[in-house]
Write a protein that binds this ligand. Structure first.
Ligand code: ZN
Ligand code: ZN
Length: 401
C-alpha cells in the first residue's frame, strides 16, 4: 500500500482503499471531510448538509455569522485532537490564520502529510503563529510565496495604522478600513483598542464576526454602526469604522484605507496597510525548514507565486512541485506513464495553436509543469506527437505539421 496525494475537487490523501478529503470544493468524494477554516474558498463542504464534516466550533460559528444556512453534520474538533479513521489518523494543529483555523496532520503507516490550509507564521494581535509539524510530505499554501512579498513587522504596521487613524480624526474625517470581515477586521480593532482611545464602529458581517471572536474569549471593544451608540459615534466624527470589502460606507466623512497583504505591491497614492493573515515569503520558507519534509507540494498560489516550488528547491534543497491532479507520493510523482503521456500530449495540442510558429521544448516543459506534468512526460509527449505526424522538428524546437 502506498500513501498518495492529489488535488481533485479538494486535497485528497489516500492510503490503500481509505482516504480523507481536505477543504473540498466539489461534492464528488465520499471520503471523510475536513474543513480548515471559515473562508469561503475552503468551507464549501458546508454547502452540503448531508455530508459529514470535521471542523472547529469556531469555524462553524463564523460560517453561521456570515449567513451560511443548514450547517448540519458537524464533528467538532479542536487543536490537539486526533481523529482516528482505521489506518489513517488526523491530528489538528493551529494554523495562525483566523479564529478557528487549523492545519491537518494526516498520519498513515507509510508516513505523515501536513496540510497547512491558509496559514500565518507570525505572532499577530489576534492569533498565535502556525505550529510547525515534522512530516514526510508538506502541502503548503503559497498566497504570498514570492520574494516581493515581505511584510514589515506587525508592530511597525500597527504604529502606522493607529497614527493614520488618529491623524485622520484630527483632520475632521473618519478613518475607515476596508478589510476582510474574518481576520483583519479583528486585527485592526485590537490595534486601535490597544494604542488609541478611538471608539471603533463595525458594519454588517464585520460586526457579526467580531461577536463570534468575543464569544470565543477575545476582548474586542467595538459597536455596530446600526446601534444608537454606533450612529452617535459616526455623527460625532470621533471614531474609526471597519467595513467589509464591497459594502457601503455609512458616512460621507469617511477617509478610506485598505488593509491587506496585497498592499505591498499596490501603487502608492491610496492608503493601504500590508496587514496580512497569511505568511510572507520568508515566513513560508522558515516554516518549511522547521517541518523537515522529504517533499513539498504547493497550492493556492496565483500568477505571482507560481515559481514558489522552484524557490523551495533552490533555497532549501527540498524536492517540490505544485499540487495538481497528478498523483504524488513521498518519493515523487506516481508515473502511470502511458496515460500520463497521452494526457500531456492532449494538453500540448491545446497549447500549440499558431501554425508555423516554432515552440521551444523548454518553454513547453514550463507550460506543462503548470498543468502538473513533469519534464520527462513533456519530452515523451513531444516524441509521441512527432511520431504521429502532428508535430515536426524545426530549428530550435517543434511546430505543427
Ligand atoms: Zn483563508
Ligand atoms: Zn484561502
Amino acid at each position: 500500500m502506498e500513501l498518495k496525494v492529489r488535488q481533485r475537487g479538494g486535497t485528497i490523501i489516500e492510503y490503500g482503499d481509505q482516504g480523507v478529503i481536505l477543504d473540498p470544493t466539489s461534492n464528488s468524494h465520499s471520503y471523510p471531510t475536513f474543513v480548515s477554516h471559515a473562508h469561503a474558498d475552503h468551507a464549501a463542504a458546508f454547502k452540503h448538509p448531508e455530508r459529514e464534516k470535521y471542523a472547529t466550533t469556531e469555524t462553524y460559528r463564523l460560517l453561521e455569522a456570515m449567513g451560511w444556512k443548514r450547517l448540519d453534520n458537524l464533528n467538532q474538533v479542536k487543536v490537539g485532537d486526533t481523529v482516528k479513521l482505521d489506518e489513517i489518523e488526523v491530528k489538528i494543529h493551529n494554523s495562525g490564520h483566523v479564529l478557528g483555523s487549523v492545519q491537518f496532520e494526516v498520519n498513515t503507516p507509510e508516513g505523515t502529510v501536513l496540510y497547512t490550509g491558509d496559514m500565518c507564521t507570525e505572532n499577530t494581535f489576534t492569533m498565535d503563529p502556525a505550529t510547525p509539524v515534522e512530516c514526510d510530505l508538506l502541502i503548503i499554501e503559497t498566497t504570498f510565496g514570492a520574494p516581493m512579498f515581505q511584510f514589515p513587522k506587525r508592530n511597525e504596521i500597527a504604529v502606522e495604522v493607529y497614527q493614520w487613524a488618529v491623524n485622520t480624526v484630527i483632520n475632521g474625517r473618519i478613518p475607515t478600513f476596508k478589510t476582510d470581515s474574518i481576520g483583519n477586521a479583528q486585527e485592526i480593532i485590537s490595534i486601535l483598542n490597544k494604542y488609541t482611545n478611538l471608539p471603533v464602529v463595525t458594519t454588517k458581517s464585520a460586526t457579526k464576526v467580531t461577536d463570534v471572536y468575543r464569544e470565543s474569549g477575545y476582548n474586542l471593544d467595538s459597536v455596530d454602526a446600526n446601534s444608537d451608540e454606533g450612529r452617535d459615534l459616526i455623527d460625532s466624527g470621533k471614531c474609526a469604522i471597519i467595513t467589509p470589502k464591497g459594502s457601503k460606507v455609512p458616512t460621507d466623512l469617511s477617509e478610506m484605507a485598505l488593509a491587506s497583504g496585497w498592499a505591498v505591491i499596490m501603487n502608492r497614492g491610496r492608503v493601504a496597510f500590508p496587514l496580512s493573515d497569511h505568511a510572507d515569503y520568508k515566513g513560508l520558507l522558515g516554516f518549511i525548514r522547521k517541518c523537515k519534509p522529504k517533499r513539498v507540494l504547493t497550492f493556492h498560489g496565483g500568477k505571482m507565486t507560481k515559481d514558489f516550488h522552484n524557490h523551495i528547491k533552490n533555497t532549501l534543497r527540498i524536492p517540490a512541485s505544485p499540487l495538481s491532479t497528478r498523483v504524488e507520493t513521498i518519493k515523487g510523482p506516481l508515473m502511470k506513464n502511458e496515460n500520463r503521456v497521452l494526457a500531456c500530449s492532449r494538453q500540448i495540442i491545446r497549447t500549440i495553436r499558431i501554425p508555423g510558429f516554432v515552440y521551444q521544448p523548454t518553454w513547453l516543459a514550463k507550460e506543462m509543469s503548470r498543468q502538473g506534468f513533469s519534464t520527462d512526460e513533456t519530452e515523451n509527449s513531444i516524441e509521441l506527437l512527432i511520431e504521429k505526424g502532428i508535430l515536426k522538428g524545426a530549428e530550435g524546437g517543434v511546430r505543427l505539421t
